[in-house]
Write a protein that binds this ligand. Structure first.
Ligand SMILES: [Zn+2]
Length: 366
């Protein structure tokens, strides 16, 4: 498979419109036309991962964390990061990463973490992206209505929940008078025309609107297409960081045993009251300290994340929230097998997907 085909496949799952504004992630290094037979999937891309890719003869590396985060001003072999990027390019290895988009998306980092920890009925801790919706109304001669309805539906207009091609149709009479120089589908210049038409109404997500309009206008028989676009106050699909949901009521200590087992950890750092029965659990893979207040507002008993600082833990405890620091790496590594499975199941041609899980976290406990 070509690298770009794998990238498009991953973009379908974790689309770029979900990338947070401070983030820099996606297709970062390499030749999109490169033929890829073997992929190495890792959380980070450091020298060890690069060496492994070379050893495995992998043509592509897919990571969660971006290797290029701040803009590069030069590309020499004079510092660690630039040297690594230089060597990756020399080896002709393609690099793609999915960061905040993979955190947010359905089945991504946070959904997987919640699933692994047995949390049910989850919702995001903090909404960061909300889809805007528009109502599109188009007037079509009756004989063309079925064609336009199909085009709209095929272009993802009229998708509501698990229903596609949703439209509402009213029949009526359209009037128009073609002016000089026109080439009307129906009627003649300077004669008022009356045509039996269908008013097709449907709903369109903002990111699809331009494409839907282009396709609809191209497929419409009229020289000048009559259509209206109305902004809606209806809520579109929402995406957000972290997850909160429920578990069967259990003592905190028993649940922590389960967390350690599920994440394959020897220890957890716990801040706050350990002697409690819990039911509502919030999680955020990676660095989740900025969502402590959101976890509190949504009624979490405990909040499991990584990279917790002393004063952040103190603040959480004042709110009555028990904080569990499972580590940045450990709360995100759960996504790696999911990426592998996605690629293996969705690729049109077979590709070999290897997981790399050794290099991180970059510390040991004595
Ligand atoms: Zn992370």
């Amino acid at each position: 498979m070509k690298a770009i085909e794998i990238i498009n496949l991953l973009n379908r799952w974790a689309p770029s419109y979900l990338i947070d504004e401070w983030d820099n992630t996606g297709f970062q290094i390499g030749d999109p036309e490169k033929e890829v037979k073997k992929v190495l999937v890792s959380l980070d891309l450091d020298r060890e991962v690069y060496k492994k890719a070379v050893e495995e003869k992998a043509q592509m590396i897919i990571t969660h964390h971006p290797i290029i985060f701040k803009p590069l001003k030069k590309l020499t072999r004079l510092n660690y990061k630039e040297k690594l990027i230089y060597d990756i390019i020399k080896e002709d290895i393609v690099v793609y990463n999915a960061h905040t988009n993979l955190d947010l998306v359905k089945g991504g980092v946070n959904d997987t973490l919640a699933k692994v920890l047995g949390i049910r009925n989850t919702e995001p801790l903090k909404i960061s992206y909300e889809e805007s919706l528009y109502k599109l109304v188009v007037f079509v001669p009756n004989s063309y209505a079925h064609i336009i309805r199909k085009v709209l539906g095929d272009e993802k207009a009229g998708w509501i929940g698990n229903y596609s091609h949703c439209t509402y149709n009213i029949k009526g009479v359209g009037t128009f008078m073609p002016q000089k120089g026109t080439n009307p589908f129906i009627g003649k210049p300077d004669i008022l025309e009356e045509v039996e038409e269908t008013r097709i109404e449907t709903i369109v997500e903002k990111r699809n609107l331009k494409r839907v309009l282009n396709k609809m206008i191209k497929s419409h028989p009229y020289e000048e297409v009559a259509y209206d676009i109305y902004p809606l106050n209806n809520k579109g699909r929402t995406y957000g960081y972290g997850r909160i949901g429920e578990i069967q009521e259990i003592s905190l200590l028993n649940y922590l045993d389960r967390v350690k087992e599920s994440l394959d950890l020897e220890y957890l750092i716990v801040y706050g009251n350990m002697d409690r029965i819990i039911k509502k659990v919030a999680v955020c893979g990676g660095s989740g300290s900025s969502f402590i207040y959101d976890a509190y507002l949504k009624g979490a008993d405990i909040y499991i994340t990584g990279d917790i600082k002393y004063h952040e833990a103190q603040y959480a405890n004042e709110l009555g929230l028990t904080i569990v620091d499972g580590g940045h790496y450990n709360t995100e590594k759960v996504i790696l097998p999911v990426i592998k499975e996605y690629l293996e199941h969705k690729s049109l041609e077979p590709i070999e997907v290897k997981l790399y899980t050794k290099s991180s976290p970059p510390y040991a406990v004595y």
